[in-house]
Design a protein. Structure first.
Length: 177
């Protein structure tokens, strides 16, 4: 389990924040953050449900992070590792995330995909989403991935593909890159 304490500044006011893995005890708060972050007209059926969250903490706990500010969960980030082929880059969120259930997580894959990142509106602009992504990319199972590219999202969502490729293991694979 991961637990990083830091201070973020809300104007000139320092506020204690904690980035940590989320657990089953956090599910109600995570769903609340989704509701706050993606209000109507965003479809409520697209908010996380408990089955999806259970898969996140079971299949890839290193990619299941939440952010607390002064003891209140105010954000979350979920990722998975997939086999991504840039020659066949077209995909939908639904396809690459298995509808948010991440049953297609591949620990030996080549790409970290950020499934979802959200921060409650009053806590935006504090850098909490950026800190969450940075923390996820530094996890032990992801540290063997290198390189980065990102794609933008729409409306209030961020659909960011972080193509962290595994480091080559031989000169031959280095030349093929």
């Amino acid at each position: 389990m991961y637990d990083k304490r830091l201070y973020v500044f809300d104007g000139n006011t320092p506020r204690e924040a904690v980035i940590r893995n989320y657990t089953t005890d956090d599910f109600a708060d995570l769903i609340r953050v989704q509701q706050e972050s993606f209000p109507p007209p965003f479809p409520s059926e697209l908010w996380w449900n408990e089955e999806q969250l259970t898969n996140h903490v079971t299949l890839f706990p290193e990619g299941a992070l939440c952010v607390e500010v002064e003891g209140r969960i105010v954000g979350s980030m979920t990722g998975l590792i997939v086999d991504f082929d840039p020659a066949h880059a077209d995909h939908t969120w639904e396809e690459i995330t298995d509808g948010g259930y991440i049953r297609n997580h591949r620990p030996d894959g080549n790409t970290l995909y950020v499934v979802d990142i959200c921060v409650s509106p009053p806590y935006r602009k504090l850098g909490l989403g950026k800190c969450s992504c940075s923390r996820c990319m530094k996890s032990s199972s992801i540290s063997a991935l290198t390189g980065c590219s990102a794609a933008g999202g729409c409306l209030a969502t961020i659909d960011m593909r972080l193509n962290y490729r595994r480091k080559p293991t031989s000169t031959k694979s280095l030349l093929a890159s």
